[in-house]
Design a protein around this ligand. Structure first.
Ligand code: NG6
Ligand code: CA
Length: 509
């Protein structure tokens, strides 16, 4: 049955795509997934954002399909990225929460991923940007001065240019394929979780000289005036400046796209915007009135515009499927005291939804999601439910690559929905997780939303980093209460119970 559906769908798609792909029916669409970091539902113009103009992201929406029920699968970075790549919920695999600087590869080499599927189908594949899924052998972690393996190249990517974790963690170096770029062997890179020697000056000692202070963390190694999580020494020639990240990745992506313009390609452009530390290139400083968070949104939008324009210059606009998404919902102060709370003004990063990064209310995972492929995807707005976890099965179907048994367990083929086919129906249910391990989950089924809170409290539910009390089970009717303000579990106990059982079944599967 599954095979039959796949074959039918591929035939149908190829039919639909032939017009824009020209005579060569073997030609398959290029795919560019742009994943933003910590970008909220309401952060960009086409979703109601007022922080700064976002003409390029808005352009994708104006020329494609904008989803109002587009989700990532977790409200922190590592589990969303784990699920996006593997098509399996991160909560099924222990140790997939936010990865520390020396984390070993979280996804075992040889695992079927969105990249390996496309690679096997003949696509050139690259990930350029933030990784944050660990590197190197289990029990060892990255060999910073040697061959850094396994990593993306053992998961179906032909090429990578990575920020290994996030930029608030050490080290500030690029990993290009299997090596730290520009590393001088005379000046080896050391990364650890303790001071390298007792008199080492960390963010605690240097606190008064930092570009911005923090609430309670980010006081280990200080580099470029910014306190980070974790310590490092050496590797001086290999270090980049925070200000240059976006430029480098855009420039590198353009070169890679040009190199692969004559074959089908898959680029995972994994932006660090708008994650803390919120430091942009100086040309984006004060881009809006909302402080560094808004500046980061402006930088992100610039990256999107550069990629759109470059694909156009290559003459590939109609052959290229763009997917724009985020890895988790918004947060204002993410420990660094960078003025994001004070400068917020009337901007509403989570739009009409409750919560954000770190919790399982809607805004933790309901985030911007846009698909664009002129002449294939109609222009419009879709309320169908789709999730970044579905891209693995959906792209596999799109290119006719069968999914091996026991792979991509939770990824549903939503290609018809993503391509905006009329009548296509999205997900019936979705599990929303936080960083994992808390036992807190959300389950959306149709217009019902169950919030299970095992810890009886949740962080950042009002876009402030404070804990809020939460009942063990709450039920919200999103059709008249999208903001999850009114818990109706007492008036609908049977629905609450059904959803709770269903959530448990999915978790136990
Ligand atoms: C938290 C960090 C936060 C951020 C997050 C990961 C503190 C107090 N908070 O532990 O700053 O790094 O982890 O963000 O250190 S994510 O988007 O990569 O998941
Ligand atoms: Ca993130």
């Amino acid at each position: 049955m599954f095979r039959f559906v796949v074959v039918l769908s591929v035939l149908f798609l190829q039919d639909g795509l032939t017009a824009s792909l020209g005579e060569d029916s073997n030609q398959r669409p290029n795919i560019i997934v742009i994943m933003a970091d910590d970008l909220g539902y309401g952060d960009v113009g086409c979703y109601g954002g007022t922080a700064v103009p976002t003409p390029s992201i808005d352009r994708l929406a104006a020329e494609g399909m904008r989803f109002t029920s587009g989700y990532c699968s977790a409200s922190t970075c590592t589990p969303t990225r784990y699920s996006f790549l593997t098509g399996t919920y991160a909560f099924r695999v222990p140790g997939t929460g936010v990865a520390p600087p020396n984390a070993a590869a979280l996804i075992p080499a040889g695992t079927t991923t969105i990249a390996s599927q496309l690679n096997e189908a003949g696509y050139a594949t690259a990930v350029i940007g933030k990784w944050h899924l660990g590197l190197g052998e289990k029990g060892k972690g990255p060999d910073w001065n040697g061959t850094i393996k396994p990593g993306p190249l053992e998961l179906g990517f032909d090429h990578c240019l990575l920020l290994p974790t996030t930029n608030d963690r050490v080290p500030q170096v690029y990993v290009a394929d299997h090596h730290v770029e520009n590393l001088d062997p005379e000046d080896p890179l050391w990364v650890g979780n303790k001071k390298p020697f007792p008199e080492y000056q960390s963010g605690v000692e240097l606190r008064d000289s930092l570009r911005f202070d923090s609430m309670h963390g980010h006081r280990d190694t200080v580099y470029n005036g910014i306190g980070r999580i974790g310590f490092y020494t050496g590797g001086t020639a290999a270090r980049f400046l925070d200000e240059d990240l976006a430029d480098r990745w855009v420039e590198h992506s353009k070169a890679w796209l040009t190199q692969h313009k004559n074959e089908p390609f898959f680029l995972f452009f994994s932006s660090h915007d708008i994650h803390a530390p919120r430091v942009t290139h100086p040309r984006f400083e004060n881009a809006g009135t909302t402080g560094p968070r808004g500046d980061m949104i402006a930088e992100l939008d610039w990256c999107v515009g550069q990629l759109i324009d470059h694909v156009e210059e290559l003459g590939l606009t109609k052959q290229t499927l763009f997917v724009f998404c985020s890895d988790n919902g918004p947060v204002l102060c993410d420990d660094y005291l960078d003025g994001s709370v004070e400068h917020l003004g009337s901007h509403d990063p989570n739009g009409p939804y409750r919560g954000g990064k770190y919790n399982v209310f809607e805004a933790g995972t309901r985030t911007p999601l846009i698909t664009r492929m002129p002449d294939v995807i109609p222009v419009g707005v879709s309320d169908e439910m789709v999730c970044t976890i579905d891209l693995a099965a959906s792209f596999s179907n799109l290119v006719g690559q069968p999914i091996p048994k026991d792979a991509c367990l939770d990824s549903l083929d939503q290609i018809d929905v993503l391509l905006g086919h009329s009548g296509a129906v999205g997900r019936e249910f979705l599990v929303e997780q936080d960083n994992g391990g808390s036992g807190n989950f959300g389950l959306r089924v149709g217009h019902w939303k169950l919030v299970r809170c095992k810890t009886s409290r949740m962080l950042n539910t009002g876009l402030r980093m404070s804990w809020n009390a939460s009942p063990p089970l709450a039920l919200y009717d999103l059709s008249n209460d999208p903001g999850e303000t009114s818990n109706v579990i007492d008036t609908h106990p049977e629905i609450g119970q059904q959803l709770d059982q269903r959530l448990q079944q999915i978790i136990d599967e």
